[in-house]
Design a protein around this ligand. Structure first.
Ligand code: ASP
Length: 328
């Protein structure tokens, strides 16, 4: 056997094995959804609901959630970027995919070229919330309290590059007051400390805050969307825009990603399963009850998802730079 032929044989065999694997996908091997934040938080919640909804369209295969939390979401995203491209390790991530490249320099992966885009899952507004003992009952009283306590206020977030970090930075910038950032591995542990009064304020997705607002465990001051929300527990909250923060508009999207190079037939099966989940009435009901809007437009198509994230990068990059809220 000549040398070139010899080295081509294993490559050809690997390609045949990959094609056969793609045809049988997912087989009986579980699929892992990596969540780059702590368990019990908003990204984790959407991933767990999605895992349940995707199981049936994937032939009943086990779909598990693995929390690879830390560094504002970049640890989990990097884990998926470097995982085998066989469709068994996927990433559920949020707006950080679009803001992190500008918010944080030197992330160890490339958002645009290290992933296959499988489709968007939902859009979720954020809420500005405070510890229960905070002596302010509305946004006006909150700003008076902030101004009276400059230099002493702690603001929780899920690390540099997270959605809560972005929202908190933009909020501080808009009101012109600096606060001390307290980073957590996700906003679930941050929420525990907010309820306990160890931190003062947080900005987080409604999927994590709705039940705490409803149960009066935290104080709620405003929503980050340009329109008020319909969810019963949130419908009386003013928007940050109507509270005087002109143009404040942060909406968090969650999407599904696979490592770059995942075979096309596997991507097709995963996208079909995602689309089936997005039409699942149980999934829609659970998400809507928490203020999230399940994607019902073309952004559940991989190409549209990719275009959308590219547009979000282009939208956020100048805003983050102008607000001077990026981190070296
Ligand atoms: N809500 C978090 C964030 O601020 C992440 C999480 O815990 O899901 O990015």
């Amino acid at each position: 056997m000549n040398k070139t032929f010899k080295s081509l044989v294993p490559m050809a065999l690997a390609a045949v094995a990959a094609a056969a694997g793609a045809q049988d996908f997912p087989g009986s091997k579980p699929i892992t959804l990596i969540v780059p934040f702590a368990a019990g938080g908003p990204t984790d919640r959407v991933a767990r609901d999605l895992a349940e909804a995707m199981r049936k369209p994937l032939g009943g295969v086990t779909v598990v959630v693995d929390n690879a939390a830390g560094a504002g979401g970049s640890i989990g995203a990097n884990k998926v970027a470097k995982a085998p491209a066989d469709g068994h390790t996927l990433l559920v991530h949020h707006i950080g995919m679009a803001t992190m490249p500008t918010l944080v320099r030197n992330i160890p992966f490339k958002v645009e070229s290290d992933f296959e885009y499988l489709g968007l899952i939902n859009d979720v507004p954020m809420t500005l919330i405070g510890k229960p003992s905070l002596p302010a009952g509305n946004f006006k009283e909150l700003t008076a309290w902030i101004n009276a306590n400059k230099g002493k206020i702690n603001l929780g977030n899920a690390g540099v590059g997270s959605a809560s970090h972005l929202c908190g930075m933009l909020f501080q910038n808009a009101i012109g007051v600096d606060m001390t950032a307290v980073p957590y591995k996700g906003t679930a542990p941050a929420m525990t400390d907010l309820i306990g009064g160890q931190i003062d304020l947080m900005c987080d997705q409604t999927t994590n805050t709705t039940s705490q607002i409803e149960g009066k465990k935290v104080k709620a001051f405003a929503v980050s969307s340009p329109k008020r929300l319909m969810t019963p527990a949130l419908k009386d909250l003013p928007t940050l825009q109507e509270s005087g923060l002109k143009d404040f508009n942060v909406s968090i999207f969650h999407g599904l990603y696979a490592p770059k190079g995942t075979p096309a037939p596997v991507l097709k099966k995963l996208n079909d399963a995602l689309k089936a989940a997005l039409k699942d009435p149980d999934f829609i009901k659970k998400q809507e009850g928490l203020g999230a809007v399940v994607v019902a437009d073309r952004r559940s198509d991989p190409a549209e998802h990719k275009k959308f994230v590219a547009a979000e990068i282009a939208k956020w990059s100048p805003l983050i730079k102008a607000a001077n809220v990026y981190v070296d």
